[in-house]
Design a binder for this molecule. Structure first.
Ligand code: ATP
Length: 220
């Protein structure tokens, strides 16, 4: 707990959920850059168990978690959190932020979402309650405009953070620019399946483990 000091401000913790099927440099740069820009203590990478809004991951949670652990090994500010893998049923973000708020009652919590996911936030379970427990940080994917529905644009305007809101522990929406990296797990899976190389799209340690464990094999 001694690390939780931030010049008198409530220290912040990032929560970055995803399928991570597999983890790649797009995820890792986002997590690190949000951590640095908001001066967070750390970011928790949360692999989901059952994604409620998309197809099931192609690889089981244990393997996705192992690859994440290897990916963040050399970066102390990124931590893998099992919370959703250990929870039965669909991995709703509201359950995750509520549980982490109980674990960290004093800290600022920041739920990090890509702009593609933020666009559909109003389809998430209990989405308006997310701000009772955490801030939301929207990061733009490479080359993408936010391009929100009228509902989401109005909601964003109402809750958009101002710089003084850094004092708050939850309740605001931050939009951050991060280094655009047009990498997706879908492309990585497709290239592996086609027998292509995915070197330099994800950490070498992750690639080595994928090869050794026969994960994401070629279908040729
Ligand atoms: P898939 O291609 O299988 O849909 P993905 O690469 O989008 O996977 P996820 O694990 O589904 O990865 O994404 C987790 C979060 O990271 C989401 O909020 C997503 O918007 C964001 N994200 C993933 N890749 C990038 C990227 N290259 N740039 C910005 N955000 C990203």
């Amino acid at each position: 707990m001694a690390k939780f000091e931030n010049n008198g401000l409530p220290t912040g913790i990032g929560i970055f959920g995803g399928t991570f099927d597999p983890v790649h440099f797009g995820h890792l740069r986002i997590a690190l850059e949000v951590c640095q820009q908001l001066n967070l203590d750390h970011v928790r990478l949360v692999p989901c168990h059952v994604p409620p809004h998309r197809s099931q991951p192609t690889t089981d949670g244990k393997a996705r978690r192992l690859l994440l652990e290897l990916a963040v090994k050399s970066c102390p500010s990124l931590i893998v959190d099992d919370i959703e893998l250990n929870r039965a049923g669909p991995s709703y973000s509201i359950d995750t932020v509520r549980a982490l708020r109980e674990d960290y009652p004093q800290q600022s919590l920041y739920l990090i979402v890509g702009s593609d996911n933020f666009r559909q936030l109003d389809t998430w379970r209990d989405w308006q309650s997310l701000l009772q427990y955490a801030h939301i940080v929207v990061v733009r994917r490479a080359g993408e405009a936010l391009d929100l529905s009228t509902t989401m644009a109005a909601w964003l305007q109402t809750h958009l953070a101002k710089s003084a809101d850094i004092n708050l522990t939850e309740g605001k929406v931050w939009t951050l620019d991060v280094t655009p990296l047009a990498i997706s797990a879908t492309t990585i899976r497709a290239q592996r399946a086609a027998g292509g190389s995915v070197q330099f799209l994800l950490p070498e340690t992750v690639l080595t483990a994928m090869d050794q464990l026969g994960l994401y094999p070629t279908d040729r």
